[in-house]
Ligand binder design. Structure first.
Ligand code: PHE
Ligand code: FE
Length: 297
């Protein structure tokens, strides 16, 4: 038996600023140790987001979340969710203490394991925290793993990550942009309009509204190579969202071997997060209101 208490690993303040800390340990979810406050934070966030997301999140997301049996009543037990998830798509959740090094993260995905941070944010962090916590990971990422096409995309991404890691840091930058603009901040075109599927959006009240309702950001049609050249924002809402037609489109576009693509991209400049190109399929050209000029990564 593992008697070690899981740690809560977070960003740390150092002389180089506020830096992420990485950990590779897989831990059992210490469910009995969650406090009444932890369960209450889950309940508040869950109720607030579900109310907001009906009509905003993709039907696939909402259907999948209901099918998993997540409720606001208490922080779900990973073991319970795993029974449902394994039966649906063969994915399983594993508990982690915080951010994983890239290769470790890719290897989990490649094996249909999704790492979920076991701890949840504090009541004063309902609107923002600098790193993924249980709410972001579980509420944001896990539901779509019930969707067979998206489930395959995530595994393919993990395999692609292991491969890109072996090719080099530039390939990884290109691939990470794809993850950012699809898995974390993707929009999807539904019959009745644009909807959200990105986890970074569905777990944020402010961005769930902003990404669809604000005039400020660009909303542009999905284009693999274009996305892989586009820098992004980590500390503000996105300047640009990319819109897919369907998860099938995502699967198809990312099916081919990326090696030749990485080679071509290596000699090309990147685009700023807010750029609009002549070749873009523009759903909405952002007004740029409120954008800060620095800070693309
Ligand atoms: N086809 C990609 C490659 O060869 C793998 C991949 C699939 C990457 C899906 C991302 C998403 O690297
Ligand atoms: Fe995430």
């Amino acid at each position: 038996m593992n008697s070690q208490q899981p740690r809560h690993v977070e960003h740390q303040q150092t002389d180089k600023g506020y830096v992420p800390v990485y950990t590779t340990t897989v831990v059992a979810q210490p469910w009995a140790d969650y406090t009444a406050t932890d369960h209450d934070v889950w309940r508040q966030l869950y109720e607030r987001q579900r109310a907001l997301l009906v009509g905003r999140a993709s039907d696939e997301f909402l259907v999948a979340q209901d099918a998993m049996g997540m409720t606001p009543d208490a922080i779900p037990k990973f073991d319970d969710l795993n029974e449902v998830l394994r039966a649906a798509t063969g994915w399983e959740l594993v508990g982690v203490e915080g951010l994983l090094p890239e290769l470790t993260f890719f290897e989990h995905l490649a094996n249909r394991r999704f790492p979920v941070t076991w701890w949840i944010r504090k009541p004063e962090q309902l609107d923002y925290l600098a790193e993924p916590d249980l709410f972001h990971d579980l509420f944001g990422h896990v539901p779509l793993l019930m969707n067979p096409v998206f489930a395959d995309y995530m595994q393919a991404y993990g395999r692609g990550g292991v491969k890109a890691h072996g090719i080099g840091p530039e390939a990884l930058v290109n691939l990470t942009r794809l993850y950012w603009y699809t898995v974390e901040f993707g929009l999807i075109q539904q019959n009745d309009g644009l909807r959200i599927y990105g986890s970074g959006i569905v777990s944020s009240k402010g961005e769930s509204i902003y990404c669809l309702d604000s005039d400020a950001p660009n909303r542009i049609g999905f284009d693999l190579e274009r996305i892989m050249r586009t820098r992004y924002r980590i500390d503000t809402y996105q300047k640009t969202y990319f819109v897919i037609d369907s998860f099938e489109q995502l699967m198809q576009a990312t099916g081919p071997d990326f090696r030749p693509l990485y080679e071509r991209l290596a000699s090309q400049d990147s685009y700023a997060a807010g750029d609009v190109l002549d070749s873009d399929q523009v759903f909405h050209r952002g007004s740029g209101e409120g954008w800060s000029s620095d800070g693309d990564v």
